[in-house]
Design a protein around this ligand. Structure first.
Ligand SMILES: Cc1cc2nc3c(=O)[nH]c(=O)nc-3n(C[C@H](O)[C@H](O)[C@H](O)COP(=O)(O)OP(=O)(O)OC[C@H]3O[C@@H](n4cnc5c(N)ncnc54)[C@H](O)[C@@H]3O)c2cc1C
Ligand code: FES
Length: 521
C-alpha cells in the first residue's frame, strides 16, 4: 500500500511513464494558448491542431499532474446527478443534449485512441446503476424513463445485477460505457499533439492573463505567450475570482484498490444511489504491472477500484474512518476481494445544476474560455470541453453551447446556490475561533495544525525531523482559513477548494499563489 503520511498516489501514477516536456523559457506566439495539461486541456489542444490552429500548452506540473492522475476513469453517459434531476433543472431538451454530449465524448475518446494508436487499455463495457436500500421504491423505473426520454433508448432494467456473488436486486444497464488508463491516454495525446506541431511546456506556471487582443499569458518565470484565444483548463479557473466559484463546490472523494481473483467480479462499471454514492470498476494490470514475478506471464488478479465517502473539501479530517467505511462497504458486497493495494483521494467540483461550465469566461474578454465544474464526470466533461471549445474558437455552431455556458443561470438550482453559499459564508467564522491547538508544541512530527497568533492564524507543519514550518493560514483567493488534511499532508481551503502542500506551495486553484509567509498577509 502507498505511504499513509505523504500525498497518496493512484494506481495510474504507479503504472505509467510521464512524457517529459521542457519549461517555457522564451516568449512565444500561437493561435491558441491552453493553460492546463489534464484531459480537458490536452483534448482541446489536440482537436484545435486538427483544425489547423497553432497551439501552445502550459502546465505548472507534469502532464496529467492535476486531478486526472487521481481519477477512476469511468467514461459514462449515465450522468452522476441522474437524468430525473437533469431534466428537472435543464428541461427535456437539456437532458437530451446532456446525454448526446456525454455519449459523443466516449465516442470521441475511442476515435482518438484508434486514430493515434494509443495503448491505454480502453474498453467498452456495461455500466450498472443499483438502487441503494432505503431510497424511493420507484427510483429506478423513473430513472429508466428519464434516460429514455433523454434519448438513451438502449438503457434497460434488468432483474439481476452482476454486482456481487450473492446477486442483488434489479438495476439499470447502460450499454457502451468505457474505461481506460487515464495517464496512458494523456501520454498518447501528448505524443499526438507534438507530432502535429503543438508545443507543450510543463513546470510553467501561468500567473496572469490579459484578454488583449492579442491575449497575453504571463508565466511566473517571466515569459509571455501571445495568442488570439486562451483556454483556461486548470480544473478550477484562477482567472475567475468570484462568479464561477459561487456556482460550484469542491468535494474530496476517496478510493481503495483491492486485489481480487480474476473472474470473481464481472467486469463493468457500477454505481449505487447512496448519498454520497459509490463508484466501482475493475482494472486488469498488464503483464508488466503484476504484483508478483510468478504472475508475470498470465496475471490471475485484477484490481477492484472502489470510490466514495465524499465530503466538502476542508470540512472533515477523518480519512482513516472514511477508508475504513469504504473497505467495509466493499467487503460486504464483493467478498472475494483480498488485500487493499492502493488508497488515494482527490477533489471533484460539483456544480449547482449537475453539469460542467464550458465556454467563454463570464466578465472577461470574448477570447478567454474556461472548462470547469467536472461534477465527478471530468473524463467526459473534459472531452466535451475539447469538442465544444474547438467549435467556439473556430466559429462553428455547436448545439451544446447554451447547456454548458458558464454564464447560465439555472433558476431551479436557486435553493442549492443559496445552501452552498451559506456554507461558504459560515467558513469565515474561523477568523474568530481559536486554533486547532493552543501552541505549536502540541503538533507531532508529520502533522500540521492551525494556530491562532494575535488577530491572525498560522498554518504550522512539523516535519519528520521535528522542524517546524509556518506560513499564513489565510487563503490568497478570498481569505478563508485553510484546514490541515492529514491524509494528503496538504492545507485545504473549505471555501472554494484551493489546496497547498505542507509548506504552503499552491497545488490547485482558484487561488493562484502560495500561502504567504507569516506576517506578510
Ligand atoms: C478520486 C476521483 C475519481 C474520479 N472519477 C471519475 C470518473 O470515474 N469519471 C470521470 O469522468 N471523472 C472522474 N473524476 C473527475 C475527473 O478525474 C476530473 O474532473 C478530471 O480529471 C479533471 O480534468 P481537468 O483536465 O479538468 O483538470 P486537471 O486534470 O486537474 O488538470 C488541470 C491542470 O492544470 C494545471 N494548472 C493549474 N493551474 C495552473 C496554472 N496557473 N498554470 C499552469 N498550469 C496550471 C495543473 O497542474 C493540472 O495539470 C474523478 C476525480 C477524482 C478525484
Ligand atoms: S479557495 Fe476561495 S477563499 Fe480559499
Amino acid at each position: 500500500m502507498n505511504k499513509p503520511l505523504e500525498q497518496t498516489s493512484s494506481v495510474w501514477m504507479q503504472s505509467a511513464e510521464r512524457p517529459a516536456c521542457a519549461a517555457l523559457a522564451t516568449d512565444v506566439h500561437a493561435d491558441v494558448c491552453v493553460v492546463g495539461a489534464g484531459i480537458a486541456g490536452l483534448t482541446t489542444a489536440y482537436l484545435l491542431l486538427k483544425e489547423g490552429r497553432t497551439v501552445v500548452v502550459l502546465d505548472d506540473g507534469p502532464i496529467g499532474g492535476g486531478q486526472t492522475e487521481r481519477t477512476t476513469a469511468h467514461l459514462s453517459n449515465a450522468i452522476d446527478d441522474r437524468y430525473q434531476q437533469i431534466e428537472d433543472l435543464h428541461g427535456r431538451e437539456g437532458a437530451r443534449l446532456a446525454a448526446e454530449s456525454h455519449t459523443a465524448a466516449i465516442d470521441q475518446v475511442e476515435k482518438i485512441i484508434t486514430a493515434e494508436k494509443i495503448e491505454c487499455e480502453f474498453e467498452r463495457l456495461d455500466g450498472y446503476l443499483i438502487a441503494s436500500p432505503g431510497g424511493k421504491p420507484d427510483f429506478l423505473e423513473s430513472e429508466l424513463q428519464a434516460s429514455r426520454r433523454a434519448g438513451l433508448s438502449q438503457v434497460e432494467m434488468i432483474s439481476h445485477c452482476p454486482w456481487d456473488e450473492r446477486g442483488s436486486g434489479a438495476c439499470l444497464r447502460f450499454p457502451r460505457q468505457g474505461q481506460f488508463h487515464p495517464l496512458k491516454y494523456l501520454a498518447g495525446l501528448t505524443n499526438a499533439i507534438q507530432r502535429q506541431g503543438g508545443r507543450i511546456y510543463t513546470q510553467s506556471h501561468a500567473e496572469g492573463i490579459e484578454a488583449g487582443p492579442p491575449a497575453r499569458v504571463r508565466t511566473r518565470d517571466g515569459s509571455t505567450v501571445t495568442a488570439a484565444s486562451v483556454v483556461v483548463a486548470t480544473n478550477s479557473p484562477f482567472n475567475d475570482l468570484v462568479t464561477i466559484h459561487t456556482k460550484q463546490s469542491p468535494y474530496m472523494t476517496y478510493v481503495l484498490g483491492f486485489n481480487v481473483p480474476r473472474g470473481a467480479v464481472t467486469k463493468a462499471l457500477y454505481w449505487d444511489t447512496q448519498n454520497p454514492y459509490h463508484y466501482v470498476r475493475l482494472q486488469s494490470p498488464s503483464a508488466s504491472e503484476t504484483t508478483t514475478p510468478q504472475q508475470e506471464d498470465t496475471p490471475t488478479e485484477d484490481l477492484l477500484i472502489v470510490g466514495g465517502e465524499d465530503h466538502k473539501t476542508g470540512q472533515a479530517n477523518d480519512s482513516e474512518e472514511r477508508y475504513r467505511r469504504l473497505e467495509m462497504w466493499t467487503r460486504e458486497r464483493f467478498p472475494a476481494v483480498e488485500a487493499v493495494r492502493y488508497r488515494w483521494s482527490g477533489q471533484v467540483l460539483e456544480t449547482i445544476d449537475g453539469l460542467a461550465f464550458i465556454g467563454r469566461n463570464p466578465l472577461d474578454g470574448p477570447n478567454v474560455y474556461i472548462a470547469t465544474g467536472d461534477s465527478g464526470q471530468g473524463m467526459t466533461h473534459g472531452t466535451i470541453a475539447g469538442m465544444l471549445l474547438t467549435d467556439l474558437i473556430v466559429g462553428r455552431h455547436n448545439p451544446w453551447t447554451s447547456l454548458y455556458d458558464p454564464a447560465r443561470k439555472t433558476l431551479r438550482a436557486a435553493e442549492k446556490f443559496l445552501q452552498e453559499n451559506l456554507n461558504v459564508a459560515l467558513q469565515y467564522s474561523s477568523w474568530v475561533t481559536g486554533g486547532d491547538v493552543s501552541t505549536t508544541e502540541e503538533i507531532a512530527p508529520g502533522k500540521g495544525a492551525v494556530v491562532r497568533r494575535g488577530i491572525s492564524k498560522v498554518a504550522a507543519y512539523r516535519d519528520a525531523t521535528g522542524l517546524l514550518h509556518e506560513c499564513s493560514a489565510i487563503c490568497p483567493h478570498l481569505g478563508c482559513i485553510v484546514e490541515w488534511n492529514h491524509n494528503e499532508s496538504t492545507w485545504d481551503c473549505p471555501c472554494h477548494g484551493s489546496r497547498f502542500d505542507k509548506r504552503g506551495h499552491l497545488l490547485c486553484g482558484p487561488a493562484n499563489s502560495d500561502l504567504s509567509a507569516v506576517g506578510d498577509s
